[in-house]
Design a protein around this ligand. Structure first.
Ligand code: SF4
Length: 320
């Protein structure tokens, strides 16, 4: 809470919208109390807060707030009156160091983590045979990856070590780099991850899509909006004889697609929606990269923003 307290001491705005990730909502009273201590009127946004990509400007306006405090993620955009507060999660750095030492005996290790554990990089960077890559405009922090952006792993290495929990970050890292990937848990346990089965299933799904009616869905979230890419996909699909419908949505839910006439969908927002939740959807839901791959416009299967950005120059636009 220290970083938040330091912010509250100096921020001039009084009426504030607070965005918390789901994992911190059980502490909401503690947060509200702290805001009140600094004479702030706080309104809590109960929508899911998935990432730094999801800043709730409309909700701020709807409740007449003067600012947003967005907790748990690192800044993706420099927006007026939006304050990001990172949330440091505990880890046993000595156990993680030992795990890394062991891995580095196999070859040069690319070390990456999620934003909540990035404090450890200061302690671990500089270890022999361990390399930390730079960030991108989406996540301009060394060694930190997002599920949609593994730029920090674009380094010369033999294997990857992701420090953190969850499966999506190591999945994206392994698939995008093609290197053996290990997850080191915050308490130092090492697990070799392997997503071959996942990849086989996705490729089978991409291959099985044979209808010619495609619905391309644009996300209206500020950091997930890839409208130029959606337009490009629509053009390329039409050239190849597809009938295209364009849709826009803030949150995605399988219910929203029921009754639509398309044979399959391409979701251009967060890649976790099609890749984590695909079994909940009645019709195939592809990522833009998968659709480009299907159209023969992308040679290698990959996950996340950067692929399409490099190919077409049309990633999520920075808000003005
Ligand atoms: S688009 Fe998805 S993976 Fe990327 S930052 Fe947002 S929530 Fe995370």
């Amino acid at each position: 809470m220290e970083e938040l307290e330091a912010l509250l001491k100096k921020m001039p705005e009084r009426r504030v919208l607070l965005q918390l990730p789901d994992g911190l909502k059980h502490k909401v009273e503690e947060f509200v109390e702290l805001f009140r201590k600094y004479n702030k009127e706080v309104i809590v946004d109960v929508d899911p807060s998935y990432g730094a990509c999801d800043v709730r400007i409309n909700e701020m306006r709807a409740v007449g707030a003067e600012a947003i405090v967005h907790v748990g993620h690192a800044p993706m955009f420099d927006l007026p009156n939006v304050y990001y507060v990172e949330w440091r999660r505990p880890a046993d750095v000595e156990k993680v160091r030992r795990a890394l030492e062991e891995l580095s005996s196999k070859g040069r290790v690319c070390l990456a983590t999620a934003v909540n554990f990035r404090w450890m990089l200061e302690e671990l960077e500089g270890m022999e045979n361990v390399v930390v890559g730079g960030g991108s405009w989406r996540i301009p922090l060394r060694g930190v990856v997002l599920g949609c952006d593994t730029t920090a792993c674009n380094v010369d290495a033999d294997l990857n070590a992701f420090v953190g929990d969850g499966h999506f970050h190591p999945l994206a890292i392994e698939i995008n780099t093609g290197r053996p990937t290990y997850r080191i848990s915050p308490d130092g346990k090492v697990e070799r991850v392997s997503y071959e089965r996942f990849l086989r299933r996705r490729l089978a799904l991409v291959g099985s899509v044979d209808g010619k009616r495609v619905g391309i869905i644009v996300s209206s979230k500020i950091g997930q909006n890839r409208n130029p890419l959606a337009q490009e996909l629509a053009r390329e699909a039409r050239k190849r004889g597809y009938e295209v419908n364009l849709y826009v949505s803030d949150y995605m839910d399988p219910l929203y697609l029921l009754g639509l006439p398309d044979d399959f969908f391409v979701y251009t927002g967060c890649p976790r929606v099609p890749l984590d939740d695909w079994e909940r959807y009645e019709k195939p839901l592809l990522t833009p990269e998968e659709f480009l791959y299907k159209l023969g416009l992308l040679k290698k299967y990959s996950i996340g923003w950067i692929t399409a950005l490099r190919r077409s120059g049309s990633g999520a636009s920075r808000p003005g």
